[in-house]
Ligand binder design. Structure first.
Ligand SMILES: *Cc1c(COP(=O)(O)O)cnc(C)c1O
Length: 223
């Protein structure tokens, strides 16, 4: 089932767009099935769960942290996390930098933006991102690398709303690129699109789609 799902999804994803298989709540056997099909990028939203899976599964898996991240959890994954999608405060970025220093790494990060109309979704506003990027604290950081942006569209059937939110995120990416990252060779990632909206996200410029239920089936509880 998982491999059939992957085959269908991969056929819809153009070259240059990465499929991130969101394996949160799913067993390691499901991850191995996707791994055996060639998938190497997996996304988790709970640090503890990701650490357990990291320890048990093949070491060439790239682990992405996609959920809201508490500062006190950063240390458990600093040595191996491949990309943190959910940086939503200067304080969190400071902690990531501090933990990255301890393990002698530069940790790739995305700034998460609040693009949905729901109050509950985490993320920065564009102004907050400017303040972060202009802060002395950020400018002094040597062990984090901001590689782009991430966002979640409103959970709605109205695909016009979803499309306009993705357009907004792409615009934010372009603004940041022009203002702060024009000389950067690594600021090029737009993480947007999930199971029900990834095709629209790709049309609007996504470079990483985060797909869970369409690969692994519905999750038992809503996380
Ligand atoms: C769970 C989750 C996804 C995957 O959602 P599906 O609808 O199952 O594809 C993508 N992004 C984030 C941030 C998530 O928490």
């Amino acid at each position: 089932m998982i491999q059939e799902n992957l085959q269908k999804i991969l056929a819809n994803i153009p070259e240059g767009v990465t499929l991130l298989a969101v394996s949160k709540t799913k067993p390691e056997s499901d991850i191995l099935e996707a791994y055996n099909y060639g998938i190497r990028n997996f996304g988790e939203n709970k640090v503890q769960e990701m650490v357990g899976k990291y320890e048990n599964l093949p070491k060439d898996i790239k682990w992405h942290l996609i959920g809201h991240l508490q500062t006190n959890k950063v240390k458990y994954m600093a040595s191996f996390v491949s990309l943190i999608h959910s940086v939503d405060s200067l304080n969190l970025l400071e902690t990531i930098n501090k933990e990255a220093v301890k393990v002698n790494r530069v940790i790739p990060c995305l700034l998460q933006f609040h693009i949905a109309s729901e109050e509950t979704k985490f993320g920065l506003s564009e102004d907050e991102a400017y303040a972060l990027l202009e802060s002395d604290s950020y400018k002094a950081m040597k062990n984090v690398e901001i590689c782009g942006v991430m966002g979640m569209a409103t959970n709605t059937e109205n695909m016009d709303v979803v499309r306009s939110e993705f357009k907004h995120l792409k615009q934010i990416f372009d603004n940041l690129h022009e203002k702060y990252f024009v000389a950067s060779t690594t600021f090029k990632t737009i993480s947007m699109g999930m199971s029900h909206d990834y095709q629209i996200a790709i049309e609007e410029g996504s470079t990483i789609v985060r797909i869970g239920s369409s690969i692994f089936g519905e999750r038992n509880y809503n996380v």
